[in-house]
Design a protein around this ligand. Structure first.
Ligand SMILES: NC(=O)c1ccc[n+]([C@@H]2O[C@H](COP(=O)([O-])OP(=O)(O)OC[C@H]3O[C@@H](n4cnc5c(N)ncnc54)[C@H](OP(=O)(O)O)[C@@H]3O)[C@@H](O)[C@H]2O)c1
Length: 249
């Protein structure tokens, strides 16, 4: 019954998508939930409907993250914030590369560095990292996105070693395609881009929903305290991992 072991949570990327849905679940399970993202308005709405405590912060700003979140006592840390970009290394801008690395990797590591020692001191905690099938399999997608998600996969395993002997669990949730704003944001984030992304990536497909991700998080936390669910890979039934592409010349 580990939900009863935990009192507090911190969820990044909680202004929308998986992060918002996970934050609502944790609040429903009785935890005091801190939620972090840049969009103040959306965090406020989430706070109103769930009782979560909003923290408007840019994860790429380590000093701001330390000031806003570094002092929190957190039992369940959900590293969910993430960004991607269209194209790959051949078409990437300098800013795109930096942002993907800064949010998906540097931000995640810096926040974990700030929060994990408290878990170790209290001998209690659960870190949940949202990676992606892009971290495990090769397919068309941004090079840096694949690289950062592979890093999140490896970090999740390494944290187990870093905290060996402590009652700290680490779970990587590794999703295939989920219905969220991520593709619309990739395409510019305007209402038109959101609509275009919906038509391109979701319409006519049976993608995962944020509820599927929430159920996986719920399961990983609710397992008995001697069980560490290391990784859950979730994919739509009609999506396959990897795939071999052979260009004819
Ligand atoms: N959707 C998919 O198909 C899919 C598949 C596999 C893995 N994932 C991963 O799942 C996680 C959640 O993605 P999602 O699909 O729910 O995406 P989403 O709907 O685009 O949400 C992304 C979240 O990250 C936050 N964020 C972005 N940049 C930030 C920054 N600099 N500082 C703080 N917060 C920031 C956003 O909040 P603000 O803009 O308010 O800051 C937002 O809350 C990501 O790590 C993503 O890579 C997604």
């Amino acid at each position: 019954m580990p939900f009863t072991d935990y009192k507090t949570a911190l969820v990044t990327g909680a202004s929308t998508g998986m992060g918002a849905a996970i934050a609502e679940l944790l609040a429903k399970r009785g935890l005091m939930v801190h939620v972090a993202a840049r969009n103040e308005e959306r965090l406020k709405e989430l706070a109103e409907r769930s009782g979560a405590i909003p923290h408007t912060v840019d994860l790429t700003d380590t000093a701001a993250v330390a000031a806003e979140l570094g002092g929190l006592e957190v039992d369940v840390l959900v590293n969910c914030a993430g960004v991607s970009r269209p194209g790959n290394i051949l078409s990437s801008s300098e800013e795109d590369l930096d942002e993907i690395i800064d949010v998906n990797l540097r931000g995640l590591l810096q926040l974990t560095r700030l929060i994990l020692p408290g878990m170790v001191n209290r001998d209690l905690g659960h870190v949940i990292n949202i990676s992606s099938i892009a971290g495990l399999y090769n397919f068309y997608g941004h090079t840096a996105y694949h690289a950062t998600k592979a890093a999140v996969h490896q970090i999740s395993r390494q944290l187990r070693n870093d905290t060996v002997g402590k009652r700290i669990r680490v779970t990587e949730i590794c999703p295939g395609r989920v219905e969220t704003e991520i593709f619309g944001r990739n395409m510019g984030g305007t209402p038109e881009a959101m609509e275009e992304a919906w038509k391109t990536y979701y319409e006519g497909y049976e993608s995962l929903t944020t509820e599927d991700i929430v159920n996986a998080v719920d399961y990983a936390i609710e397992t008995p305290r001697h069980v560490n669910v290391g990784m859950i890979e979730l994919m739509p039934t009609f999506q396959v991992p990897g795939g071999l592409t052979f260009d004819r010349r």
